[in-house]
Design a protein around this ligand. Structure first.
Ligand code: MRU
Length: 362
Protein backbone atom coordinates (compact mmCIF):
# COMPACT_ATOMS: atom_id res chain seq x y z
CA UNK A 1 0.00 0.00 0.00
CA UNK A 2 1.12 3.51 -0.73
CA UNK A 3 0.58 6.16 1.93
CA UNK A 4 1.84 9.65 1.20
CA UNK A 5 3.93 8.21 -1.66
CA UNK A 6 5.65 5.65 0.60
CA UNK A 7 5.13 1.88 0.48
CA UNK A 8 3.95 0.27 3.72
CA UNK A 9 2.74 -3.08 4.93
CA UNK A 10 0.38 -3.14 7.91
CA UNK A 11 2.85 -5.10 10.07
CA UNK A 12 6.61 -5.65 9.99
CA UNK A 13 9.45 -6.71 12.29
CA UNK A 14 12.06 -4.20 13.45
CA UNK A 15 14.93 -3.87 15.90
CA UNK A 16 14.38 -1.70 18.95
CA UNK A 17 16.95 1.11 18.98
CA UNK A 18 17.21 0.90 22.79
CA UNK A 19 17.36 -2.81 23.63
CA UNK A 20 18.50 -4.16 20.27
CA UNK A 21 15.72 -6.75 20.61
CA UNK A 22 13.24 -7.51 17.87
CA UNK A 23 9.88 -5.77 18.00
CA UNK A 24 6.89 -5.54 15.69
CA UNK A 25 5.63 -2.35 14.07
CA UNK A 26 1.91 -1.96 13.35
CA UNK A 27 -0.33 0.81 12.06
CA UNK A 28 -2.74 1.81 14.82
CA UNK A 29 -6.08 1.44 13.03
CA UNK A 30 -8.04 2.94 15.93
CA UNK A 31 -6.52 6.33 14.99
CA UNK A 32 -7.37 6.20 11.28
CA UNK A 33 -8.42 8.06 9.20
CA UNK A 34 -7.46 11.02 11.36
CA UNK A 35 -3.93 10.02 12.32
CA UNK A 36 -1.40 7.72 10.64
CA UNK A 37 0.32 6.32 13.72
CA UNK A 38 2.93 3.55 13.80
CA UNK A 39 3.05 1.69 17.11
CA UNK A 40 5.87 -0.58 18.33
CA UNK A 41 4.84 -3.83 19.95
CA UNK A 42 7.52 -5.18 22.29
CA UNK A 43 5.97 -8.27 23.88
CA UNK A 44 3.16 -10.81 23.89
CA UNK A 45 0.91 -8.80 26.23
CA UNK A 46 1.09 -5.75 23.97
CA UNK A 47 0.21 -7.83 20.91
CA UNK A 48 -2.73 -9.36 22.77
CA UNK A 49 -4.01 -5.86 23.56
CA UNK A 50 -3.44 -4.67 19.98
CA UNK A 51 -5.63 -7.49 18.65
CA UNK A 52 -8.32 -7.11 21.33
CA UNK A 53 -8.62 -3.36 20.94
CA UNK A 54 -8.51 -3.63 17.14
CA UNK A 55 -5.35 -1.59 16.61
CA UNK A 56 -4.83 -4.48 14.21
CA UNK A 57 -7.95 -6.07 12.75
CA UNK A 58 -9.25 -7.91 9.71
CA UNK A 59 -8.94 -11.69 9.51
CA UNK A 60 -5.62 -12.07 7.61
CA UNK A 61 -3.92 -9.32 9.60
CA UNK A 62 -5.11 -10.82 12.90
CA UNK A 63 -3.45 -14.09 11.80
CA UNK A 64 -0.18 -12.32 10.95
CA UNK A 65 -0.27 -10.39 14.23
CA UNK A 66 -0.80 -13.60 16.21
CA UNK A 67 2.18 -15.19 14.43
CA UNK A 68 4.38 -12.25 15.40
CA UNK A 69 2.90 -12.35 18.92
CA UNK A 70 4.20 -15.90 19.22
CA UNK A 71 7.61 -14.80 17.91
CA UNK A 72 7.73 -12.12 20.62
CA UNK A 73 6.79 -14.74 23.21
CA UNK A 74 9.45 -17.17 21.91
CA UNK A 75 12.05 -14.44 22.34
CA UNK A 76 11.29 -14.48 26.10
CA UNK A 77 10.73 -18.20 26.70
CA UNK A 78 10.67 -20.80 23.95
CA UNK A 79 9.79 -23.80 26.11
CA UNK A 80 6.80 -25.83 24.91
CA UNK A 81 4.71 -24.86 27.97
CA UNK A 82 5.40 -21.15 27.47
CA UNK A 83 4.60 -21.28 23.75
CA UNK A 84 1.36 -23.21 24.30
CA UNK A 85 0.31 -20.70 26.99
CA UNK A 86 1.17 -17.74 24.72
CA UNK A 87 -0.78 -19.29 21.84
CA UNK A 88 -3.79 -19.79 24.10
CA UNK A 89 -3.74 -16.14 25.19
CA UNK A 90 -3.57 -14.99 21.57
CA UNK A 91 -6.24 -17.48 20.50
CA UNK A 92 -8.69 -15.97 22.99
CA UNK A 93 -8.03 -12.39 21.93
CA UNK A 94 -10.69 -12.52 19.16
CA UNK A 95 -12.83 -15.59 18.47
CA UNK A 96 -14.38 -15.35 15.01
CA UNK A 97 -11.61 -14.96 12.41
CA UNK A 98 -10.24 -18.44 11.81
CA UNK A 99 -6.96 -17.03 10.46
CA UNK A 100 -5.87 -16.45 14.06
CA UNK A 101 -6.17 -20.12 15.04
CA UNK A 102 -4.76 -21.18 11.65
CA UNK A 103 -1.63 -19.05 12.11
CA UNK A 104 -1.06 -20.22 15.69
CA UNK A 105 -1.42 -23.89 14.74
CA UNK A 106 1.02 -23.42 11.85
CA UNK A 107 3.54 -21.63 14.06
CA UNK A 108 3.35 -24.19 16.89
CA UNK A 109 3.59 -27.17 14.57
CA UNK A 110 6.82 -25.75 13.11
CA UNK A 111 8.36 -24.50 16.35
CA UNK A 112 7.84 -27.64 18.37
CA UNK A 113 9.72 -29.69 15.78
CA UNK A 114 13.05 -27.95 16.47
CA UNK A 115 15.26 -27.65 19.57
CA UNK A 116 14.27 -24.92 22.02
CA UNK A 117 17.38 -22.86 21.20
CA UNK A 118 16.33 -22.56 17.55
CA UNK A 119 12.69 -21.67 18.11
CA UNK A 120 12.88 -17.88 18.42
CA UNK A 121 14.68 -17.36 15.10
CA UNK A 122 12.40 -19.85 13.37
CA UNK A 123 9.35 -18.04 14.81
CA UNK A 124 10.43 -14.75 13.25
CA UNK A 125 11.07 -16.32 9.84
CA UNK A 126 7.81 -18.29 9.89
CA UNK A 127 5.79 -15.18 10.81
CA UNK A 128 7.49 -13.39 7.93
CA UNK A 129 6.57 -16.28 5.61
CA UNK A 130 2.91 -16.04 6.67
CA UNK A 131 2.98 -12.33 5.81
CA UNK A 132 4.65 -12.85 2.43
CA UNK A 133 2.18 -15.60 1.51
CA UNK A 134 -0.74 -13.36 2.46
CA UNK A 135 0.46 -10.71 0.01
CA UNK A 136 0.87 -13.25 -2.82
CA UNK A 137 -2.57 -14.76 -2.13
CA UNK A 138 -4.22 -11.35 -2.17
CA UNK A 139 -2.52 -10.40 -5.42
CA UNK A 140 -3.90 -13.60 -7.00
CA UNK A 141 -7.38 -12.85 -5.59
CA UNK A 142 -7.11 -9.43 -7.22
CA UNK A 143 -6.45 -10.96 -10.64
CA UNK A 144 -9.26 -13.55 -10.37
CA UNK A 145 -11.67 -10.88 -9.16
CA UNK A 146 -10.65 -8.54 -11.96
CA UNK A 147 -11.43 -11.24 -14.53
CA UNK A 148 -14.89 -11.64 -12.96
CA UNK A 149 -15.55 -7.93 -13.13
CA UNK A 150 -14.46 -7.84 -16.77
CA UNK A 151 -16.93 -10.63 -17.60
CA UNK A 152 -19.82 -8.94 -15.78
CA UNK A 153 -22.03 -6.62 -17.87
CA UNK A 154 -22.29 -3.34 -15.91
CA UNK A 155 -25.63 -1.53 -15.82
CA UNK A 156 -24.01 1.71 -16.92
CA UNK A 157 -21.58 2.04 -19.82
CA UNK A 158 -19.63 4.64 -17.84
CA UNK A 159 -18.74 2.91 -14.59
CA UNK A 160 -18.68 -0.42 -12.77
CA UNK A 161 -20.31 -0.03 -9.34
CA UNK A 162 -19.21 -2.28 -6.49
CA UNK A 163 -20.80 -2.23 -3.03
CA UNK A 164 -18.62 -3.37 -0.13
CA UNK A 165 -19.13 -3.76 3.59
CA UNK A 166 -16.63 -3.24 6.42
CA UNK A 167 -12.95 -3.08 5.48
CA UNK A 168 -11.43 -5.95 3.54
CA UNK A 169 -8.69 -3.87 1.99
CA UNK A 170 -4.97 -3.70 2.60
CA UNK A 171 -5.57 -2.49 6.14
CA UNK A 172 -7.28 -5.80 6.93
CA UNK A 173 -4.42 -7.86 5.50
CA UNK A 174 -0.64 -7.58 5.34
CA UNK A 175 -1.01 -5.74 2.03
CA UNK A 176 -3.24 -5.54 -1.09
CA UNK A 177 -6.50 -6.62 0.62
CA UNK A 178 -9.03 -9.29 -0.28
CA UNK A 179 -12.34 -7.72 -1.37
CA UNK A 180 -10.59 -4.52 -2.39
CA UNK A 181 -7.82 -6.36 -4.31
CA UNK A 182 -9.95 -6.81 -7.48
CA UNK A 183 -11.04 -3.18 -7.20
CA UNK A 184 -7.43 -1.95 -7.05
CA UNK A 185 -6.53 -4.29 -9.93
CA UNK A 186 -9.46 -2.95 -11.99
CA UNK A 187 -8.60 0.67 -11.24
CA UNK A 188 -4.92 0.07 -12.09
CA UNK A 189 -5.96 -1.66 -15.34
CA UNK A 190 -7.81 1.49 -16.38
CA UNK A 191 -11.35 0.26 -15.71
CA UNK A 192 -13.76 2.93 -14.47
CA UNK A 193 -14.76 1.55 -11.09
CA UNK A 194 -16.69 3.22 -8.27
CA UNK A 195 -17.22 1.81 -4.79
CA UNK A 196 -20.24 2.26 -2.54
CA UNK A 197 -18.72 2.04 0.95
CA UNK A 198 -21.05 0.94 3.75
CA UNK A 199 -20.17 2.96 6.85
CA UNK A 200 -20.32 -0.29 8.91
CA UNK A 201 -21.62 0.66 12.31
CA UNK A 202 -20.75 0.34 15.08
CA UNK A 203 -16.95 0.55 14.52
CA UNK A 204 -17.28 2.28 11.14
CA UNK A 205 -14.55 0.32 9.38
CA UNK A 206 -16.10 1.34 6.06
CA UNK A 207 -16.36 5.06 6.74
CA UNK A 208 -13.00 5.26 8.53
CA UNK A 209 -10.77 2.67 6.89
CA UNK A 210 -12.13 1.62 3.49
CA UNK A 211 -12.83 5.20 2.47
CA UNK A 212 -9.35 6.25 3.63
CA UNK A 213 -7.44 3.54 1.78
CA UNK A 214 -9.50 3.92 -1.42
CA UNK A 215 -8.74 7.64 -1.30
CA UNK A 216 -5.01 6.92 -0.84
CA UNK A 217 -5.16 4.81 -4.03
CA UNK A 218 -7.30 7.33 -5.92
CA UNK A 219 -10.29 5.01 -6.38
CA UNK A 220 -13.62 6.88 -6.73
CA UNK A 221 -15.94 5.97 -3.86
CA UNK A 222 -18.96 7.18 -1.91
CA UNK A 223 -19.62 6.43 1.76
CA UNK A 224 -23.24 5.47 2.45
CA UNK A 225 -25.19 4.71 5.58
CA UNK A 226 -25.55 1.02 6.28
CA UNK A 227 -29.21 1.14 5.39
CA UNK A 228 -28.78 2.61 1.91
CA UNK A 229 -27.48 -0.44 0.02
CA UNK A 230 -30.84 -2.08 -0.75
CA UNK A 231 -32.22 1.14 -2.16
CA UNK A 232 -29.16 1.65 -4.40
CA UNK A 233 -29.53 -1.91 -5.69
CA UNK A 234 -33.20 -1.30 -6.55
CA UNK A 235 -32.16 1.84 -8.42
CA UNK A 236 -29.74 -0.12 -10.65
CA UNK A 237 -26.71 1.56 -9.10
CA UNK A 238 -24.88 -1.59 -8.00
CA UNK A 239 -23.28 -4.18 -10.32
CA UNK A 240 -21.68 -6.45 -7.74
CA UNK A 241 -21.51 -6.87 -3.97
CA UNK A 242 -17.98 -7.81 -2.93
CA UNK A 243 -16.98 -8.47 0.69
CA UNK A 244 -14.27 -10.22 2.67
CA UNK A 245 -14.83 -12.86 5.34
CA UNK A 246 -13.60 -13.88 8.76
CA UNK A 247 -14.46 -17.51 8.20
CA UNK A 248 -16.01 -19.45 5.35
CA UNK A 249 -17.38 -22.94 5.94
CA UNK A 250 -16.57 -25.82 3.61
CA UNK A 251 -20.12 -25.43 2.29
CA UNK A 252 -19.53 -21.79 1.34
CA UNK A 253 -21.39 -20.05 4.18
CA UNK A 254 -19.74 -16.67 4.70
CA UNK A 255 -19.19 -15.29 8.20
CA UNK A 256 -18.30 -11.62 7.94
CA UNK A 257 -18.90 -8.26 9.62
CA UNK A 258 -22.37 -7.75 11.05
CA UNK A 259 -24.72 -6.49 8.34
CA UNK A 260 -23.19 -8.53 5.51
CA UNK A 261 -26.17 -10.92 5.58
CA UNK A 262 -28.62 -8.07 4.95
CA UNK A 263 -26.58 -6.97 1.92
CA UNK A 264 -26.60 -10.52 0.58
CA UNK A 265 -30.38 -10.73 0.99
CA UNK A 266 -30.84 -7.46 -0.86
CA UNK A 267 -28.44 -8.57 -3.62
CA UNK A 268 -30.34 -11.85 -4.00
CA UNK A 269 -33.68 -10.04 -4.21
CA UNK A 270 -32.27 -7.78 -6.92
CA UNK A 271 -30.59 -10.55 -8.91
CA UNK A 272 -27.11 -9.15 -8.24
CA UNK A 273 -23.94 -11.20 -7.81
CA UNK A 274 -22.67 -11.48 -4.22
CA UNK A 275 -19.01 -12.55 -3.91
CA UNK A 276 -16.74 -13.06 -0.91
CA UNK A 277 -12.99 -12.72 -1.53
CA UNK A 278 -10.96 -14.91 0.83
CA UNK A 279 -7.46 -16.37 1.00
CA UNK A 280 -7.47 -20.12 1.72
CA UNK A 281 -6.52 -19.74 5.44
CA UNK A 282 -9.96 -18.12 5.93
CA UNK A 283 -11.76 -21.31 4.88
CA UNK A 284 -12.56 -23.52 7.86
CA UNK A 285 -13.08 -27.00 6.46
CA UNK A 286 -13.98 -28.32 9.92
CA UNK A 287 -17.21 -26.28 10.07
CA UNK A 288 -20.27 -28.02 8.69
CA UNK A 289 -23.04 -25.87 10.23
CA UNK A 290 -21.78 -22.28 10.18
CA UNK A 291 -24.75 -20.84 12.08
CA UNK A 292 -24.32 -23.07 15.10
CA UNK A 293 -20.57 -23.75 14.99
CA UNK A 294 -18.91 -20.38 14.36
CA UNK A 295 -18.51 -18.32 17.51
CA UNK A 296 -19.81 -14.81 16.88
CA UNK A 297 -17.78 -12.26 18.81
CA UNK A 298 -19.94 -10.20 21.17
CA UNK A 299 -18.23 -6.86 21.65
CA UNK A 300 -18.85 -4.20 24.30
CA UNK A 301 -22.12 -2.31 24.04
CA UNK A 302 -20.28 1.00 24.37
CA UNK A 303 -19.25 0.58 20.71
CA UNK A 304 -22.97 0.98 19.90
CA UNK A 305 -23.72 3.60 22.55
CA UNK A 306 -20.83 5.89 21.60
CA UNK A 307 -19.35 7.13 18.34
CA UNK A 308 -15.78 8.35 17.81
CA UNK A 309 -14.76 11.22 15.57
CA UNK A 310 -12.68 14.33 15.15
CA UNK A 311 -13.90 17.30 17.17
CA UNK A 312 -13.71 20.83 15.78
CA UNK A 313 -10.61 21.42 17.96
CA UNK A 314 -8.86 18.58 16.12
CA UNK A 315 -8.94 16.06 18.96
CA UNK A 316 -10.32 12.52 18.65
CA UNK A 317 -13.42 12.31 20.81
CA UNK A 318 -16.07 9.82 21.73
CA UNK A 319 -19.65 11.03 22.14
CA UNK A 320 -22.73 9.21 23.45
CA UNK A 321 -25.58 8.52 20.98
CA UNK A 322 -27.85 6.31 23.06
CA UNK A 323 -29.77 7.33 26.21
CA UNK A 324 -27.74 6.28 29.24
CA UNK A 325 -30.61 4.08 30.49
CA UNK A 326 -30.91 2.01 27.29
CA UNK A 327 -29.26 -1.37 27.02
CA UNK A 328 -27.16 -2.24 23.97
CA UNK A 329 -26.13 -5.43 22.17
CA UNK A 330 -23.16 -5.72 19.85
CA UNK A 331 -22.79 -8.97 17.87
CA UNK A 332 -19.80 -8.25 15.61
CA UNK A 333 -20.35 -10.79 12.79
CA UNK A 334 -23.13 -12.63 10.99
CA UNK A 335 -23.41 -15.62 8.69
CA UNK A 336 -24.57 -15.35 5.08
CA UNK A 337 -25.85 -18.78 4.04
CA UNK A 338 -24.26 -20.31 0.94
CA UNK A 339 -27.56 -20.13 -0.96
CA UNK A 340 -27.13 -16.33 -1.11
CA UNK A 341 -23.47 -16.51 -2.22
CA UNK A 342 -22.69 -16.41 -5.95
CA UNK A 343 -19.06 -17.34 -5.50
CA UNK A 344 -15.94 -17.36 -3.35
CA UNK A 345 -12.90 -15.66 -4.88
CA UNK A 346 -9.75 -17.39 -3.61
CA UNK A 347 -6.12 -17.26 -4.69
CA UNK A 348 -6.79 -20.49 -6.57
CA UNK A 349 -9.71 -19.17 -8.60
CA UNK A 350 -13.43 -18.46 -8.21
CA UNK A 351 -15.64 -21.24 -6.88
CA UNK A 352 -19.39 -21.53 -6.37
CA UNK A 353 -20.23 -22.65 -2.82
CA UNK A 354 -21.18 -26.09 -4.18
CA UNK A 355 -17.72 -26.44 -5.79
CA UNK A 356 -15.68 -24.93 -2.94
CA UNK A 357 -14.00 -28.28 -2.22
CA UNK A 358 -12.26 -27.85 -5.58
CA UNK A 359 -10.38 -24.90 -4.04
CA UNK A 360 -8.83 -27.34 -1.56
CA UNK A 361 -7.82 -29.73 -4.31
CA UNK A 362 -6.58 -27.05 -6.75
O1 MRU B 1 -13.97 -6.59 13.29
P1 MRU B 1 -13.02 -6.49 12.14
O2 MRU B 1 -12.76 -5.10 11.69
O3 MRU B 1 -11.75 -7.29 12.39
O4 MRU B 1 -13.79 -7.23 10.96
C1 MRU B 1 -13.22 -7.30 9.70
C2 MRU B 1 -14.10 -7.91 8.70
O5 MRU B 1 -15.22 -8.30 8.96
C3 MRU B 1 -13.51 -8.13 7.34
O6 MRU B 1 -14.49 -8.04 6.35
C4 MRU B 1 -12.88 -9.53 7.28
O7 MRU B 1 -12.01 -9.72 8.36
C5 MRU B 1 -12.17 -9.75 6.02
S1 MRU B 1 -10.65 -8.91 5.99
C6 MRU B 1 -9.83 -9.22 4.56
Amino acid sequence: MIVNKQHYRTIWPMLSAGSGRAQVAILDQTQLPHEFAIVHIANLAQMEVAIKTMQVRGAPLIGAAAAYGLALAAQEDASEEALQAAAQRLRLSRPTAVNLDWALKRMLSMLLLVPQADRASLAWSEAQAICDEDVLQNQAIGQHGLALMQQCQPKSAQVFNVLTHCNAGWLATVDVGTALAPIYAAHDAGMAVHVWVDETRPRNQGASLTAWELAQHGVPHTVISDNAGGHLMQQGLVDMVLVGADRVSGQGDVCNKIGTYLKALAAFDNGLPFYAAVPSPTIDWSVSDALSEIEIEQRHGDEVAFIQGLATNGSLQSVRLVPSGSSTANPAFDVTPARLVTGIITERGVFSPARLLDAKRA
